[in-house]
Design a protein around this ligand. Sequence first.
Ligand SMILES: *[C@@H]1O[C@H](CO)[C@@H](O)[C@H](O)[C@H]1NC(C)=O
Ligand SMILES: *[C@@H]1O[C@H](CO)[C@@H](O)[C@H](O)[C@H]1NC(C)=O
Ligand SMILES: *[C@@H]1O[C@H](CO)[C@@H](O)[C@H](O)[C@H]1NC(C)=O
Length: 441
Amino acid sequence: MKRTHIHFALCSNRKWLIPLLFVSTISLIVVLIASPAQDKSNRTANSSEDSDANSGGRPPEPPRLAYLLSGTGGDGRRMRRLLLAAYHPRNYYLLHLDLGASDSERLELAKYVKSEAVVREFRNVMVVGKPGPVTYKGPTMIARTLHAVAILLKKAKWDWFINLGASDYPLVPQDDLLHIFSYLPRDLNFLDHTSDIGWKEVQRARPIIIDPGLYHSKKSGVFWAKEKRSLPSSFKLFMGSEWVVLTRSFLEFSVWGWDNLPRTLLMYYTNFMESPDGYFHTLVCNHKDYQNTTVNHDLRYIRWDNPPKEHPINLTLEHFDDMVQSGAPFAHTFAKDDPVLDKIDQDLLKRSDGRFTPGGWCTGNSVLDKDPCVVHGSSYAVKPSVVRNMDGMMMAQAMGGDVAVGKGGEGAGSGGVGDGREQRWRHWWSGGTGVGLLKKL
Ligand SMILES: *[C@@H]1O[C@H](CO)[C@@H](O)[C@H](O)[C@H]1NC(C)=O
Ligand SMILES: *[C@@H]1O[C@H](CO)[C@@H](O)[C@H](O)[C@H]1NC(C)=O
Ligand SMILES: *[C@@H]1O[C@H](CO)[C@@H](O)[C@H](O)[C@H]1NC(C)=O
């Protein structure tokens, strides 16, 4: 539950390259990249993207991201702000206000989307018109996500899927995120996960729950059956955070179902408490084609009470510096209109009220008190906020590949506090002198 530190990747026990998105104090970036060493060298040998990077040539083509922004009744205005903050013409956005919101609120959101000339032109924002009910922590949350993924797969070409709630917010401009992601192997799935489920075994894995959202159209809570079930033996359970960054390939595998595992697990998770925290995690870790593609981080900044309560802490100005230091591209969660959001807009996104986060695609003149993004150039133009060529972009083979994966696939992160590797890793992550260990990709 508590996610204040980084765990090792836990799905497999191969050694991993862990390049990293380095976030300096002035700018941002570090995310971890993990990728199997051999795969990596095979891939780089012939990849034009990487050889460009190596030769210091043009940066590789930025990816496209597909976002699901989800909310419920009363979230309409927050969703608009989130959309403006996270918008980029390269990306796709699906807005989902669940049945807790009224039809008129959904309609208003759809009207707003239509009214934005930029969005109308790039045609990259969609609003779900007829959503189903979504029960908090119930399987209908997975149903909503899979539905959104299916729509996005059908409508557009993109590389990664990212889910955000209405109470989430980006900490970096999309230009920066796209820039960094352009250097990542396109097969990496980011999700915080562990198989060391501890107390959750009793509270999550054994109980059987029913989500009335599956057969009633009114929103209510899940209810519990009296019987308990045993732990599964034909697959291994993994749990983590519901916030993910997943590849198109893995999601095609999940949605299209040519292999039966995604479907079997979906049925299993129908009666699982907090299934959104486990479905993709268990799926990715139990299939040979995907278990080596995970990076054990959700790319979110999340703070928990100690001991953790049901919900993470609402982030405020007090957490601002720490958020920036973390290097995470997104943060979860904020109270509505918290002043820290204004500070993020001002200091990190350079966004003014009611406008898009500016980027290389905005070519208008902001002096005239107009949104410079109303006049725009190519959506391919990605201009990171800090000049960050490959010399500045520190990616690395962490500790010569010695940041190996968990002990026999078990939860190394939680048990390994005194572990030298973990300490080195944390030091490295935090951007201290570990930077010296980094070398160019
Ligand atoms: C994934 O890693 C495991 C453990 O090192 C290895 O045995 C397996 O062959 C790898 N799978 C793929 C598809 O590369
Ligand atoms: C990769 O590059 C090497 C050396 O440049 C070449 O010999 C090899 O045929 C290439 N492989 C593929 C699959 O293009
Ligand atoms: C966070 O803020 C929301 C209001 O936006 C409030 O309903 C919720 O209880 C707060 N959560 C915590 C953990 O304080």
